[in-house]
Design a protein around this ligand. Sequence first.
Ligand code: FE2
Length: 237
Amino acid sequence: MRGMHRKINFITMKILIFTTLLLALLSNEAQCRPPNELNESTQTFYKQIVLPYALDALEPVISRRTMELHYGKHLTAYVDNLNRLIKGTALEGEELENVVLMAEGPLLDNAGQTLNHELYFLQFSPDGGGEPTGKLRRAMTHRWGSVENFMTAMEEAGRTLFGSGWVWLAADRGGNLYILQEENGLNPVRRELCPLLGFDVWEHAYYLDYENRRGDHLKALWQIVNWPEVERRYENN
Ligand SMILES: [Fe+2]
């Protein structure tokens, strides 16, 4: 009898742990981006973002030719692969951030790169540049001493990342800021952090315009950062 009680208690404990994990996962739903919408023309769930500016609008920081390839070829391939790979899996229909959180292998690679590039292209503007204001500026100054120090640290993280990947400014639920180096297509959502600003250091992002001068490219990106968009992501975190 005592053995049976022990068994029931063990099962109850397992149910409690499972429920807690499930609730934690659900409470982690996409917060940093708008929800997915079904693409009615193709009946696929994840559709490529529409750029809010012309392909040549970010020149001379990013050329039209780089945008044609980066947005028009690389991102399109990631979105197509994501839609193909997720079909019939348990993650089909999930919010993109949750797919990045839970997927592995090629599905993670392509979901991660879809999310990364969505955040990347939407964080730039031909009217960008300057410095952040308000709450984000205060948090940045608290963490790095000044906005200039933050920018130097972000550039350094991008310059020293070996191989292909991303450097991110990300925030935790408490509003604390971090600079992260992520390999390949990974994103800070895998660490339960909210991605605020991402610099792509795959060669396809800069090689046509800057050849091997990755540092020059990173330094130039500050001219097109749309700080109000980055601040909005921080506020919504
Ligand atoms: Fe890229």
